[in-house]
Design a protein around this ligand. Structure first.
Ligand code: BGC
Length: 385
């Protein structure tokens, strides 16, 4: 039950979900009715967890618990709030975050794009407009100087979800997901490849993180499951061939029958997002990536559960880690586990699904670490379950 030496143990966040007041982003416009939204917006993000100011407290809690890594993002909408205008002060802000992580002994993994775009980009066709490829490359070049002593850089988080959310012609079904928008898919892959070249040229270890949904076929529906998963997942995994690493993220599974996704049975336990409680999802995603992309090292860049019952979080994570150990025992090169999420956060339209190892008071922002944080830190310190 032991993890390899040097295995990275951490937690992850995304800028828009924890920082607060990301006012130059497309999501802020969406939350305030100025752009259409793929999801119903129950509440705006507002101050979020105010991690923009409180990141030193958050990082110290992770480090003190025993974790060795923090995955966080730098926000394009803050760094380039108008096309071509670069905020030096915002670059300095993110450089201070990197310094803080390093000083605390947390290996930073920095994400360059996590769902949000600058509002100006959204107004000009976002990822549908092929100009985004060069625009994103320019942003990567702009960010490069502050990444000087960062090794692990994630270009784009869950490009498959970005392509799926961009598919406005298909409504979100009751089960499963719409197919990825083909133009957006193409631009994301081109944007990633160009970013990888820039980052590698500067000596970084570059990859991207793919959302996996454990598309499990019912007997006889193997081909249907493969077809269903292709535009929603596999095309993005395949684009990671030759990268330094791939991030695998998983929360739940989707069972596929001959006619497509099957409704979750009433008897199944569900989490606060309505997803089936299924700790085995991450092992499934890891094995799938290894089969398609054998040889590309894997980091689990997100995995977790929205629950108000922290004991279920520990149980879920135990199951996920057991699956990871079994994949490692079969020779799959898994190099780290970054739990989603460090903090309860803005779940794209709502604060109700709580994914955090750390809670916080919505009036004072005071942090309340949950027992799961100490538990995961203990696993990290022991390097074993
Ligand atoms: C995303 C996160 C999100 C989480 C839970 C992933 O899709 O990268 O931003 O909060 O899953 O839904």
């Amino acid at each position: 039950m032991t993890f390899p030496n040097g295995f990275l143990w951490g937690a992850a966040t995304a800028p828009h979900q924890v920082e607060g007041n990301n006012t130059s982003s497309d999501w802020w416009l969406r939350e305030h009715g100025q752009l259409p939204s793929p999801h119903p917006v129950e509440s705006p993000s507002g101050d979020a967890a105010d991690s923009y100011h409180r990141y030193p407290v958050d990082m110290r809690l992770l480090a003190d618990a025993g974790l060795t890594s923090y995955r966080f993002g730098i926000e394009w909408a803050r760094i380039e709030p108008e096309e071509g205008f670069v905020s030096r002060a915002q670059l300095d802000h993110y450089r201070r975050m990197i310094d803080t992580a390093l000083a605390l002994g947390l290996t930073p993994m920095v994400t360059l794009h996590h769902f949000t775009n600058p509002a100006w980009l959204a107004r000009d066709g976002d990822w549908r407009n092929p100009a985004v490829v060069d625009r994103f490359a320019r942003f990567v070049e702009t960010a490069l100087p502050i990444l000087s002593d960062v090794d692990l850089v994630c270009t784009i988080n869950e490009p498959n979800m970005v392509a799926i959310m961009a598919n406005s012609s298909e409504a979100f079904p009751h089960v499963g997901l719409p197919a990825g928008d083909p133009v957006v898919t193409e631009n994301l892959i081109a944007g990633h490849k160009q970013a990888v070249d820039i980052l590698r040229g500067a000596g970084k270890l570059a990859g991207w993180s793919v959302a996996t949904q454990a598309y499990q076929p019912e007997p006889g529906a193997e081909q249907a499951a493969d077809d269903y998963g292709y535009s929603r997942e596999d095309v993005f995994m395949d684009a990671a061939r030759g990268d330094d690493w791939i991030g695998i993220q998983a929360y739940t599974r989707t069972r596929i029958g001959a006619d497509g996704p099957i409704t979750i049975p009433d008897a199944a336990e569900r989490t606060l997002t309505g997803w089936e409680y299924y700790p085995g999802a991450i092992e499934f995603g890891i094995r799938r990536s290894w089969e398609r992309n054998g040889g590309v090292p894997i980091y689990v860049t997100e995995n977790g559960i929205a629950t108000a019952d922290d004991a279920r979080r520990i149980d879920y994570t135990t199951g996920a880690l057991e699956g990871i150990l079994s994949a490692i025992a079969d020779g799959i090169d898994v190099r780290g586990y970054l739990h989603w999420s460090a903090l309860d956060n803005y779940e794209w339209g709502s604060y109700t699904p709580t994914f955090g190892l750390i809670g916080w008071d919505s009036e004072t922002f005071e942090r309340h670490p949950k027992p799961s944080l100490a538990w995961l830190g203990g696993v990290a310190r022991a390097g074993a379950l």
